[in-house]
Write a protein that binds this ligand. Structure first.
Ligand SMILES: Nc1ncnc2c1ncn2[C@@H]1O[C@H](COP(=O)(O)OP(=O)(O)O)[C@@H](O)[C@H]1O
Ligand SMILES: [Mg+2]
Length: 183
């Protein structure tokens, strides 16, 4: 896993803003798309994924995979696996659990705590790092987005344009960081 430098830094005013960001990312998902979600407990990784799944048309429950390690969703055009590696103690455990065929293969994958699969996980298309709110602003999140592939870069450009045009309620540009060099 290469450390991908952030290229878009957003401020999310509240949970609806997080949902708006998820809604903007959702149309870019497809078979094989990989999203990494980083951030401390309570940062909003599962909440973001729930909104992502809603935007992709899933109407049923979205449970945190903290204890089950994975939840799978049969969406209209692809399957999506939602992983949480929090309970893994070594980078190869996700592979030993038989998850490797579900990351970067036919399904889309969203991975919470990808750091715990460090070195053996495929490069993400999108890496979203969420910073928990503060005591003063418990619902505000800083979201740092970076892209590891061309699919991801296209997604980031679309989000940056959408935020610039004011299309994502509650989402504002905190900082536009220099574009990463293409691999
Ligand atoms: N802007 C926001 N984005 C995401 N979650 C938020 C936001 N503001 C408040 N929250 C709350 O923070 C909590 C995030 O929890 P969760 O998504 O389970 O975090 P994680 O999966 O990162 O541990 C939820 O209770 C959610 O309602
Ligand atoms: Mg979670």
């Amino acid at each position: 896993m290469q450390p991908t430098s952030p290229s878009l830094e957003l401020q999310l005013a509240d949970e609806q803003a997080t949902a708006a960001l998820a809604g903007a990312i959702a149309p870019h998902l497809r078979s094989g798309f990989v999203v990494y979600l980083s951030g401390d407990l309570g940062a909003g990784k599962t909440t973001f994924t729930r909104s992502l799944l809603r935007a992709l048309g899933h109407t049923g429950r979205v449970q945190s995979p903290t204890f089950t390690l994975v939840q799978s969703y049969n969406l209209s055009s692809f399957d999506l696996y939602h992983f949480d590696f929090y309970r893994f103690s070594s980078p190869d455990e996700w592979r030993e659990a038989g998850f490797d065929e579900h990351v970067g293969g036919d399904a889309a994958a969203v991975v919470e705590w990808p750091e715990l699969g460090a070195g053996s996980l495929p490069e993400p298309d999108i890496w979203l790092r969420l910073e928990p709110g503060t005591e003063d602003d418990p619902d505000v999140r800083v979201a740092r987005l970076s892209a590891g592939t061309d699919w991801g870069r296209q997604c980031l450009i679309a989000i940056s344009d959408g935020v610039g045009l004011g299309l994502l309620a509650g989402v504002s540009l905190a900082r536009q960081l220099p574009q990463q060099p293409s691999p």
